[in-house]
Design a protein around this ligand. Structure first.
Ligand SMILES: [Zn+2]
Length: 413
């Protein structure tokens, strides 16, 4: 391993003889390696602009390690022979991984070296490469930014108004909890984080800004990894149609928002198993949900439309549904076979057409959203979810479902 750093070499013999040292910090490279002949022996090579050939320090000749200022990116390595102190300054994360490696060279090898040098000062692998961080107070934010090694980050109840952009650097992050803040917007770049599988955003102000930007949902990386999305207790009126891009989502919680409708595209998330939408203003459910194979659906405390409000089926003739343009026929084929499409392959208008498609009761795509009916379905016997939570007065109550039709055949059904 190589470490790019600045090093000041102090010769202790010179200092003890009171010889004035002209040492100063020089841009350097430290390399940790093994002796070719003796695999048990490790060494550190120090190169700098004035020492191009490098000086070799045997790890077993190390006498002491000073790591008090490791969190500020400084350590000192003291060697018995040559009697040098290497004062090292480097970027914290890199320095920590260098020290971790050095420690394993020591622990895995030279038993006579006093391990207390390292361990007594309390370096543990956890300090060197932290993977979890909980911040309960603004003063707890790390001065030098979040460690890049983080996998779990919890920033809870700090009244943060803005999404912290340094989170966007955390490529190893899998769980992000920003609950109980006042965040209005997630930056589009968030969608590029490659490992996020759980995102907790409950009790924030998402949706407060009417032009809420949901661009991050379009990130190819996030769409493949995100499994849990918690948006409870926000100000969301419209869940974006693009939500279906989260093609591995299993759990979606949107309780306590102001939704009056769910996007019909939800049915395109075939992995969705747990959906809770209680305490919204939902008037209908999209029929596409039948396609998800939900295990759990919570629709309690909503405002479902009564049968009387629904448009009459007789308002349409099956012939209307027969009329299909060539574009629609082609688009249906793309959707049926789940062909990959993106704005760099086909015109943007076609991408929008495909993205906004609805779903027929039979599961086929419907490009024309003109023909739909709102039909009451009895909750019992309606195979929308294995387990339904609702607080309707009697269990036999019906729920209004918005149905789209791909053909007169489905329409008549
Ligand atoms: Zn159909």
């Amino acid at each position: 391993m190589k470490l790019h750093c600045e090093v000041e070499v102090i010769n202790r013999v010179h200092s003890s003889l009171n010889i004035r040292s002209n040492a100063k910090y020089l841009r350097s490279t430290l390399a940790l390696g093994k002796e070719p002949k003796n695999v048990q022996e490790y060494f550190i090579l120090h190169f700098s602009s004035v020492n191009k050939n490098g000086t070799k320090y045997k790890v077993k000749c190390m006498k002491q390690v000073f790591v008090k200022c490791l969190n500020e990116g400084k350590v000192t390595l003291r060697f018995e022979e040559p009697p040098h102190d290497l004062c090292i300054k480097s970027e914290v994360i890199q320095l920590k991984s260098f020290m971790r490696l050095l420690k394993s060279c020591i622990t895995g090898d030279t038993k006579d070296l006093k391990l207390s040098n390292l361990s007594s000062i309390g370096i543990t692998s956890k300090d060197i490469a932290p993977t979890k961080l909980t911040i309960n107070n603004r003063s707890e934010f790390p001065v030098k930014g979040f460690p890049r090694t983080l996998k779990f980050l919890y920033i809870n109840g700090l009244k943060l108004c803005n999404f912290r952009r340094d989170i966007l650097l955390l490529n190893h992050l899998t769980v992000l909890d920003l609950s109980n803040n006042e965040i209005e917007k997630i930056p589009p770049e968030f969608g590029r984080l490659p490992n996020i599988s759980e995102l907790y955003l409950s009790n924030n102000s998402l949706g407060l800004n009417k032009n809420s930007d949901w661009q991050w949902l379009l990130g190819l990386k996030i769409s493949k990894k995100l499994k849990l999305l918690d948006l409870r207790e926000n100000k969301i009126i419209n869940l974006p149609k693009d939500i279906w891009k989260l093609q591995n989502l299993v759990t979606l919680k949107i309780d306590k928002n102001s939704l009056y409708k769910l996007p019909t595209t939800l049915g395109r998330i075939t992995t969705l198993r747990y959906l809770s939408v209680s305490e919204n203003n939902l008037r209908t459910l999209p029929c596409s949900l039948i396609r998800c194979g939900l295990e759990h659906l919570d629709i309690s405390s909503n405002n479902f439309k009564s049968e009387a409000d629904a448009p009459k089926i007789a308002d349409y003739t099956p012939w209307d549904i027969y009329i299909n343009s060539l574009v629609h026929i082609a688009a249906k084929t793309v959707l049926k076979h789940k062909f990959f499409y993106a704005p760099n392959i086909i015109p943007k208008t076609l991408v929008e057409l495909l993205d906004n498609s609805n779903m027929c009761v039979c599961g086929q795509a419907v490009l024309n959203d003109k023909y739909y009916v709102i039909k009451p379905f009895e909750l019992i016997g309606f195979s929308i979810s294995r387990h339904i939570v609702s607080n309707f007065v009697n269990k036999g109550s019906s729920v209004s479902v918005e149905c789209f039709f791909c053909s007169p055949k489905c329409f008549v059904k």
